[in-house]
Design a protein around this ligand. Structure first.
Ligand code: M6R
Length: 610
């Protein structure tokens, strides 16, 4: 959470910083600030609320002279989202200033110690501790680098830092531990940022910072150090993303654009891995013999990525006959899981920076487990720390609520399950071939569904004032219900719950009353009659039912009030089609309620705190 950016070069820094922060707003957007150094004075502007307020206040940065600066967009952890708690934070004599992404876990003890030493605090943040601690060590050692390494040894927790020292007008100091940080290099100047899109407009040459590394940027030079102040050699990586991928491209919201990019995300994820009708996943790093030796798969993730794991359980167990456990990363890391050498751990993450997922990966690795990462952001922490990484080629996902990364993760699981199924002899070559053909058809079928969004919009408009909405389904349809419900609640703020359709009668059905909307998903042929019975149960109690089913199940209209049909596909892949109308439904409810679809309240795209 939180985005940081820094620039040192020939141009006026503030407009570049604000531009970079615009691309990082997905990481947090409750307050924002910049600090710019013109060689005489460090000037700071910061405000609560959206970045647009800061832009207004500084006339797009033009009121702040200077060619060196740092900036921050915040997702509050310690202290409310107020002007005072917004970053940057100064030391007392305003000679050192800091922006920080992460959490200083021992900040309270450090703060008490600093107060005893006479330091005065103005904010409630953990970050202000860093500014005063840097001050303390800088006074003692007279070297900014030494002060920084001392601070790094003293603090516990996570950080990506951008720091200016008034005594060093030609330098930006930066360091990272467990929060993402990249350094960009260009002939016109150098940059730090939490993520690539922030600087893509200026440079494509990027250094990825590892944990406990320091970068010192000057106009024409970047030096890297470890905490022992030893110089490090690092090589820049060339970023080849299409810059337009991070822009809205004519859509009103990134969310809608990304919904429409899903067929491409699936194509890009599966096509490079299918060669002459054979699935080849080199990055899996496993021979067929090793695949056969896998006794269990453990999928660990958070949020929507966790939901792909719930779906993958049905798919792996059905197609490859391998037992699968799925766990929330925040639970897994503290539940003392039982490790065994024949278990394959799969960590799923769009950002590759989710703190709980990263910790789960490390916990697994420390216990000798082989870990495969399914990750969207190239070069992210999970991608770098997993034994093997299978990238989902969804491209940059900007909207806080995930859509295309979720779909690409499902596609990655389809490929893996098919590969495991064939290698383990759980399916015949003919079934494998038929499934592969269905998989290749998915993007086209998705395009067909996305052609007609008006009927969903009209329906959504009837439910703008709903208090509760329920999603029900069985098997894979239950996994889809989980994601449909999360999408709705995160962007529309309507309370919603997903239930295994057969479970409703064990308690939750008491919440169904006249007019309650129940979205019933029924794409699984063998479960169809069962789900229809569950629909009848809620209808009897007054529910209004939106059914989502395959196009040949027209008789569902006998029990539903509104029906959305999806094309017929293999039952294992139906989720990829069923999720589309649910994403559109969530979008139009959010839009109709006048909410900020791309940046829903209280959320952030990349959850880098526990
Ligand atoms: O970056 P990750 O995939 O690790 O993020 C996991 C969740 O935080 C994420 O899926 C979250 O639930 C989204 N807001 C869902 O739209």
């Amino acid at each position: 959470m939180c985005g940081i950016v820094g620039y040192i070069g020939d141009e006026q820094a503030a407009p570049i910083l604000l531009n970079g922060l615009t691309k990082l707003e997905y990481r947090g957007y409750d307050s924002a600030g910049v600090a710019v150094y013109d060689g005489a004075e460090i000037r700071m502007e910061k405000v609560s609320g959206r970045l647009a307020r800061l832009k207004e206040l500084t006339d797009g940065g033009l009121t702040l002279p200077g060619t060196i600066g740092i900036g921050h967009t915040r997702w509050a952890t310690h202290g409310s989202p107020s002007d005072t708690n917004a970053h940057p934070h100064f030391n007392s004599d305003r000679s050192i200033i800091v922006v920080h992404n992460g959490i200083i876990e021992n900040y309270s003890a450090l703060k008490q110690d600093l107060i005893r030493r006479g330091y005065e605090f103005v904010s409630e943040t953990d970050t202000e501790v860093l500014a005063h601690l840097l001050d303390r060590y800088y006074r003692k050692y007279k070297s900014p680098l030494e002060a920084l390494t001392r601070v790094m040894q003293k603090v516990e927790g996570s950080y990506a830092l951008g720091i200016l020292f008034k005594d060093f007008p030609g330098q930006i100091f930066s360091a990272r531990k467990d929060s993402p940080l990249i350094v960009g290099q260009s002939p016109e100047g150098n940059f730090i940022a939490s993520d690539v899109p922030a600087i893509l407009q200026y440079t494509r040459d990027v250094f990825y910072m590892n944990n406990e590394e320091i970068a010192v940027l000057s106009r024409n030079e970047i030096k890297f150090y470890n905490v022992d102040e030893e110089l490090l050699e690092k090589t820049a990586v060339r970023i080849d993303w299409d810059i337009n991928a991070a822009e809205k491209g004519g859509y009103e919201h990134f969310f809608l654009k990304e919904v429409y990019e899903q067929p491409k995300a699936i194509r890009d994820t599966i096509s490079p891995r299918i060669h002459e009708n054979e699935i080849v996943i080199e990055e899996l790093g496993m021979t067929d013999e090793e695949i056969c030796r896998v006794g269990k798969i453990m999928i660990v993730a958070c949020g929507s990525a966790y939901h792909t794991g719930v779906m993958a359980k049905y798919i792996f167990e059905g197609l490859a006959r391998v037992p699968v456990e799925v766990d929330l990363a925040s639970e897994y890391r503290y539940r003392d899981p039982i490790f065994d050498r024949n278990t394959l751990v799969i960590i799923v993450s769009q950002s590759g920076e989710t703190a709980d997922s990263l910790a789960a990966l490390r916990e697994s690795g420390a216990n000798g487990q082989k870990v495969l990462g399914i990750v969207n952001v190239v070069g992210s922490s999970i991608a770098r720390e997993a034994d093997n990484v299978m990238y989902t080629w969804a491209g940059p996902e900007i909207s806080v609520a995930t859509t295309k990364a979720y779909s690409a993760q499902l596609a990655a699981f389809y490929l893996l399950a098919l590969k495991f199924g064939l290698a383990r002899g759980a399916m015949s070559r003919d079934s494998y071939q038929a499934l592969l053909d269905d998989l290749k058809r998915l993007p086209e079928q998705m395009e067909a569904i996305l052609k007609d969004r008006q009927q969903i919009q009209r329906f959504a408009n009837r439910y703008l004032a709903a208090d509760h909405i329920f999603f029900i389904g069985r098997g894979i349809d239950y996994a889809i219900s989980l994601e449909g419900s999360l999408k709705l609640k995160e962007i529309s703020y309507i309370h919603s719950e997903a239930y295994a359709a057969g479970e409703l009668k064990h308690g939750t059905i008491s919440l169904i009353e006249e007019g309650t909307l129940v979205v019933a998903i029924s794409t699984q042929e063998s479960l169809y009659p069962k789900t229809v019975s569950n629909i009848e149960e809620v209808k009897t109690r007054g529910a209004f039912v939106m059914a989502l089913t395959s196009e040949d199940n027209r008789d569902i209209e006998k029990v539903s009030d509104f029906t959305v049909y999806i094309p017929k596909t293999n039952r294992y892949f139906a989720g990829s089609l069923a999720i589309l109308p649910l994403q559109l439904f969530a979008y139009y409810v959010s839009l109709g309620r006048g909410l900020d679809v791309d940046k829903p309240r209280n959320l952030a795209k990349s959850v880098t705190v526990e």
